[in-house]
Design a protein around this ligand. Structure first.
Ligand SMILES: *[C@@H]1O[C@H](CO)[C@@H](O)[C@H](O)[C@H]1NC(C)=O
Ligand SMILES: *[C@@H]1O[C@H](CO)[C@@H](O)[C@H](O)[C@H]1NC(C)=O
Ligand SMILES: *[C@@H]1O[C@H](CO)[C@@H](O)[C@H](O)[C@H]1NC(C)=O
Ligand SMILES: *[C@@H]1O[C@H](CO)[C@@H](O)[C@H](O)[C@H]1NC(C)=O
Length: 318
């Protein structure tokens, strides 16, 4: 049976999680201590609003930027005044997902934006020190190929509403138990993987927690920890291959050799059948931001957000 490639990709970054039960990872702790953050949830949420206003107004100068800031848009660095985002966006919604970490002064949010009449997905991590923005890690996913398989701007608001409205009992004991109702999404979409022979299930994939998964020993863990809503945001670089998949394509991490071999078999079969046109398999690097939500000691939601990069690409944030 064909294994859903991206679901398994999703587990690449869970290395971070066992540490959350007790002390935070070293990086997070020392960073939190070394920065002065008088910017509480209200203040951080206001900065997100200012960010979105500035985008629609095409006016990055209205932002409270630090004298030196670090910024990337779809993985490469640029001054905000030269970024595409501030040039093309004509409409934003309120964030459909907003994770706030007032200890570290970090936020992560995602929402639909409108560019030239087309709805795309914006997701951003900001870091704030002394009420000034010091880091902006911005991604705009414009269609399925940028993520490797999934995309749904249409379904994003309703799928993300489940996360942001959740009520839960506070717990400091993060386990890896998966709730029966755990919701799995990728770039707004509840992923339906019909299998490469198009004869599989039509049910959306649920969350799962297998032992075998891609890892990144340089993963950035605990980028945002929202203790109120139970969100944890982590990031890692996952190498893999972009394969033809039915008449589209799918990114399959190198750490999943069985799934890659199954795809090789199907590719040979499809070619023998004279199917096509098929995109040629090619190497790529999945720059991955993963959002997990825990409460009641169970995993309640997992979101995989990938932006595909060149083979062997690294991240400026490492
Ligand atoms: C944040 O601080 C401001 C004062 O700077 C205060 O008015 C507001 O209520 C605080 N918000 C929260 C959520 O604590
Ligand atoms: C789907 O089709 C493939 C190729 O014909 C076959 O090997 C596989 O068993 C089928 N899967 C299901 C679930 O029917
Ligand atoms: C792929 O093929 C399916 C039928 O199997 C069709 O419904 C769909 O529109 C096609 N997608 C694209 C992008 O051509
Ligand atoms: C990526 O790196 C690996 C090992 O470091 C190397 O074998 C491979 O050729 C590189 N791929 C590309 C496309 O440069």
């Amino acid at each position: 049976m064909q294994l859903p490639s991206l679901l398994r990709l999703s587990l690449g970054l869970i290395v971070a999680l066992p540490t959350l039960g007790g002390a935070f990872p070293h990086g997070a702790t020392s960073e939190a201590k070394s920065t002065s953050n008088d910017c509480n949830r209200t203040c951080l949420s206001n900065i997100v609003e200012q960010f979105l206003d500035s985008v629609v107004k095409h006016d990055p100068f209205s932002l409270p930027l630090a004298s030196v800031y670090k910024a990337t848009e779809n993985s490469h660095a640029a001054a905000l005044t030269m970024m595409t985002l501030w040039r093309t966006v004509t409409k934003v919604t309120k964030p459909n997902l907003l994770a706030i970490d007032s200890k570290q002064g970090t936020v992560y949010f995602s929402l639909d934006i409108n560019e030239g009449g087309i709805t795309n997905i914006l997701r951003t991590r900001l870091k704030v020190v002394n009420r000034k923005i010091t880091e902006l890690e911005i991604f705009v996913n414009r269609y399925r190929g940028e993520h490797g398989f999934s995309f749904s701007a249409e379904e994003l608001p309703s799928n993300y509403a489940v996360l942001i409205e959740a009520l839960f009992a506070t717990s400091s004991d993060f386990g890896v138990a998966v709730s029966d109702t755990c919701q799995f999404t990728e770039i707004g979409w509840k992923v339906v993987d019909t299998g490469v022979y198009a004869n599989g299930t039509t049910d959306p994939l649920g969350c799962s927690w297998p032992d075998a998964h891609p890892t990144d020993d340089k993963a950035r863990v605990a980028l945002v920890i929202d203790e109120e809503l139970g969100f944890v945001v982590t990031s890692g670089m996952i190498p893999g291959i972009i394969y033809p998949y039915q008449n589209v394509s799918a990114f399959i991490p190198d750490a999943m050799p069985t799934a890659q071999e199954a795809q090789d078999v199907w590719y040979a079969y499809a070619q023998a059948q004279g199917e096509g046109p098929l995109v040629a398999p090619a190497a790529g690097m999945g720059e991955t931001l993963e959002v997990l939500q825990y409460y009641n000691d169970e995993l309640q939601a997992m979101q995989i957000n990938v932006y595909l990069n060149a083979p062997n690409a690294t991240s400026l944030w490492l």
